[in-house]
Design a protein around this ligand. Structure first.
Ligand SMILES: [Zn+2]
Length: 133
């Protein structure tokens, strides 16, 4: 009996438990965390312990920050519609570089670029002529 009491006391004092819920109606439920698979005490509606909830919240905030950064880097509609053949764009999340090959108005065709450096691996198929006036 004494041993069980100590386990319960440890559970209530655990960093995984929500002390702020204890005074609420149904705030002292022993639940099983969906994140770490350990028991904690808190409101009956909670399904994650305090540590996992805080970690999850940190991840959500980081995802929001990344989304906001991507939005800052991305083109506005007018800039996108103004892209034309030869322009080079970078996907904000994937990072790949693409050369616009055709302007279809609201849609663009593009081809992915790759880094090449060894002349022995390549042969010429056609060469674009450049006229300098
Ligand atoms: Zn947990």
């Amino acid at each position: 009996m004494k041993e069980g009491w100590n386990e319960l006391k440890e559970l209530f004092e655990s960093k995984r438990s929500f002390e702020e819920d204890f005074e609420l109606e149904n705030g002292r439920y022993i639940s099983h965390c969906l994140g770490c698979d350990k028991d904690f005490v808190g409101h009956e509606c909670r399904n994650m312990c305090k540590l996992c909830s805080e970690e999850r919240l940190k991840q959500l905030r980081e995802n929001e920050r990344i989304a906001a950064d991507m939005e800052k880097q991305s083109l506005i509609k007018e800039e996108f519609y103004g892209l034309s053949s030869g322009d080079i764009v970078e996907h904000v999340s994937g990072g790949g570089l693409y050369v616009i090959t055709a302007d279809l108005g609201k849609h663009k065709l593009c081809s992915e670029t790759i880094d090449i450096y060894n002349p022995l691996e390549w042969r010429l198929i056609s060469k674009q002529s450049i006229t300098i006036s």
